[in-house]
Design a protein around this ligand. Structure first.
Ligand code: NAG
Ligand code: NAG
Ligand code: NAG
Length: 313
């Protein structure tokens, strides 16, 4: 039990230390690097030459004046009320500044402590966008060189979107009507910069039927179509081949049948001819008999004999 209490006590103590450490790193003043001058706002109205004025930076004495004599620093950097003017500010100008005024009898008249933080000016942010048809939105991104610790803000048609303080912004395509303009701004403690105006042009949400198809279904449908076409081609080719084979077979059969018919007619004709026994001989083919019949009546020209003529002479 005692051990537990001790552990708890240590934990609470550590927590306190952490808290105080966190507080130590808060800044009272922010200044931009490259700034010409900054007046640290310490004032002691009754400041006189009899007083001792001392300024320290990170515990290093940067100004000391006693009995009107300046031993450290420049008298022109101190105002009549004891303010210190910092010149040509750099990152090294950051830190804890303390002013002390001592009475002539050596007691502390006034003390002042502030922590100064140095920062770079933010650079102008670059605003880009991407249309996301999947979520039916436009995604905007505000690009900044060093986004840590920066404050982002957004405007839509020149109206500030007070809810939006992140580096990215997502707006549904339904809200994009015509020429919707966007800007983003980045700010740190010392500066603020605004991007150029961007007018996203995204295609409206695609028709729901198309929208429902996933890429796998599209691929499946395509594959199905291709295989269907292939199947049809195969069927057509097979049909063509079969048809041609049948055709050749039939033509062959036709030729065979024709020749058969011829033979049959050749064998039949004589039988037919027997029906006219008076005119034709049994074994003679019809054509031949016709030929002989035509040839028979044709008169064969006989060569003229000279003998009677000579006889006449
Ligand atoms: C910082 O930016 C401000 C404008 O935002 C400008 O006036 C100033 O000159 C800049 N300072 C430096 C050191 O660049
Ligand atoms: C003073 O301290 C701060 C941080 O504690 C540091 O950034 C700065 O450079 C210091 N400056 C000098 C001159 O030591
Ligand atoms: C020192 O001087 C101041 C003002 O000059 C006075 O208020 C204070 O009481 C003096 N302290 C002592 C210890 O004399």
């Amino acid at each position: 039990m005692a051990c537990f209490a001790a552990t708890l006590g240590v934990l609470i103590l550590v927590g306190f230390i952490n808290l105080s450490a966190a507080n130590q790193y808060t800044c009272d003043l922010y200044a931009v690097v490259g700034l010409q001058s900054l007046l640290l706002p310490f004032e002691y109205d009754g400041l006189a030459n009899s007083h001792v004025l001392r300024w320290t930076h990170n515990s290093t004495i940067v100004f000391h004046r006693e009995k009107g004599r300046v031993s450290v620093g420049r008298s022109e950097d101190i105002s009549t009320v004891g303010s210190l003017l910092l010149n040509n500010l750099q990152f090294s100008s950051a830190g804890t500044y303390q002013a002390n005024v001592l009475n002539p009898n050596g007691t502390l008249a006034k003390t002042w402590t502030q922590r100064i933080c140095m920062m770079d000016n933010v650079s102008k942010p670059r605003l880009t966008y991407m249309c996301d048809p999947k979520s039916s939105a436009v995604n905007l991104n505000c690009h900044a060189a060093y986004p840590q610790g920066l404050v982002f803000s957004w405007t839509l048609d020149e109206k500030t979107l007070t809810e939006e303080t992140r580096q990215t912004l997502s707006i549904s395509l339904a809200k994009l009507k015509g020429e919707t303009s966007f800007t983003c701004s980045v700010a740190n403690k010392v500066s603020k910069e605004k991007s150029d105006t961007v007018r996203p042009t995204c295609k409206g949400p695609p028709p729901p039927t198309l929208f429902c198809f996933t890429s796998t279904t599209v691929v499946a449908v395509l594959a199905g179509g291709v295989s269907l076409i292939l199947l049809l081609l195969i069927i057509i080719i097979t049909l063509c081949c079969c048809h041609r084979r049948i055709k050749t077979q039939t033509t062959r059969r036709e030729v065979r049948m024709l020749s058969l018919n011829k033979r049959e007619s050749e064998s039949i004709n004589p039988d037919y001819e027997t029906m006219h026994p008076n005119e034709y001989t049994v074994n003679r083919p019809a054509t031949l008999s016709v030929d002989s019949e035509v040839k028979q009546p044709s008169p064969v020209p006989k060569p003229r004999t000279i003998t009677p003529h000579t006889a006449n002479i």
